[in-house]
Design a protein around this ligand. Structure first.
Ligand SMILES: Cc1cn([C@H]2C[C@H](O)[C@@H](COP(=O)(O)OP(=O)(O)OP(=O)(O)O)O2)c(=O)[nH]c1=O
Length: 330
């Protein structure tokens, strides 16, 4: 079985950050999402992985993720020239996948459940596709599955009138017959080739599509709110205590776990946490921060108010005029 991870979207909901930086490389609990996806596939002993990127991401992806040698993997980069939808991105990988079955991950999804149950119906040749579902509160924003008699009977992307609250997560197992299904579909109303339409094609041809409903944590990192939410649960999953890299220097700081502080950071007179991730080589002095993500090489100094529910971009420099504690409400 091969693995395929899609990274070629526009990431418009995270602009301006993702205008020049791939969404799938942004960190959650200081680990790039794409790295977590790769590790998820290796848990299932998948060592041959295709990564679909846009040509403009080539250099930065190769710099950060490389050839996979460091993980003992074979990584193959595949290009999607225009983000015409998930099914179109999969189509670009047809030559790479060839006659193999594959696990497909959307590169902005974090899923904690094991992928073993997802793979089984396809590897044991019971079905041509299998899905992972989860219950959601706002079904309008997702691909939604309607179940009848323990079977998926209908799939719809971002429905106006959702037929259930079961959302399709960004993890799928496929037999290469999916390429025939993709060839048969046309763009949706929003102009994209939808993977849900390709799977619906399989269902319409009489091929059952099994599913597994996960109760475990998962997030797609499409918006700032979901990114912060994923950061919270990833920090909780990583360790019950805080994680501070041994090279960090902390002087007169209160650390309220869970937090993650990457290598080379210097913190002085700070209160940090809970739910804070601080990227490498960051300097912070005189700040109180909770539920936030600071990307690499940030510098914050004497911010006279609580920094909360915030993402601070790479190499940002923010300095207050006075030291903390001197500002009053007047
Ligand atoms: C639409 C699309 C997405 N993808 C990938 C990118 C993401 O990792 C994943 C989910 O994509 P989306 O979040 O649906 O799209 P996006 O990344 O373009 O973001 P936005 O909606 O904010 O503009 O699939 C492709 O590789 N090609 C595509 O054509």
């Amino acid at each position: 079985m091969k693995g395929l991870i899609l990274c070629a979207g526009k990431g418009t909901r995270l602009y301006p950050l993702t205008r020049s930086y791939p969404k799938t490389l942004i960190p959650v609990a200081n680990i790039p999402i794409l790295q977590t996806c790769i590790e998820k596939l290796t848990e299932q002993n998948i060592t041959d992985i295709g990564i679909v990127i846009s040509p403009s991401q080539e250099r930065i992806m190769k710099d950060h993720i490389g050839t996979g040698e460091q993980w003992g993997l074979k990584l193959t980069y595949i290009y999607q020239h225009e983000p015409k939808g998930i099914a179109d991105a999969v189509k670009q990988a047809e030559g790479y996948i060839n006659k193999d079955s594959f696990l497909l991950l959307l590169g902005d999804n974090l899923i904690t459940d094991s992928l073993a149950k997802l793979m089984l119906p396809v590897t044991s040749q019971i079905s041509y596709a299998s899905l992972m579902l989860t219950k959601v509160d706002n079904p309008h924003g997702y691909g939604i599955a309607e179940i009848s008699d323990h079977r998926i009977v209908h799939l719809e992307e971002k429905p106006l009138l959702p037929r259930s609250n079961l959302a399709v997560l960004g993890a799928y197992a496929f037999h290469p017959l999916i390429f025939k299904a993709i060839a048969a579909i046309t763009p949706s109303k929003r102009g994209e080739y939808e993977i849900t339409d390709a799977i619906q094609w399989l269902i319409n041809q009489g091929h059952p599509v099994p599913y597994h409903i996960t109760e475990k944590q998962n997030s797609d990192i499409g918006t700032l709110e979901r990114w912060l939410e994923a950061n919270r649960w990833m920090l909780e999953e990583m360790s019950p205590t805080h994680r501070i890299h041994e090279t960090c220097q902390l002087d007169n700081c209160d650390i309220i776990p869970p937090v993650a502080i990457a290598q080379g950071c210097r913190l002085k007179d700070c209160v940090i946490g809970p739910y804070v991730s601080i990227g490498a080589d960051t300097n912070i002095e005189g700040c109180h921060i909770e539920n936030s993500i600071l990307l690499n090489q940030t510098q914050l100094k004497n911010i006279p108010y609580l920094i909360k529910d915030t993402v601070v971009g790479f190499q940002s420099v923010v300095a207050g005029l006075q030291s903390r504690g001197t500002v009053t409400d007047q």
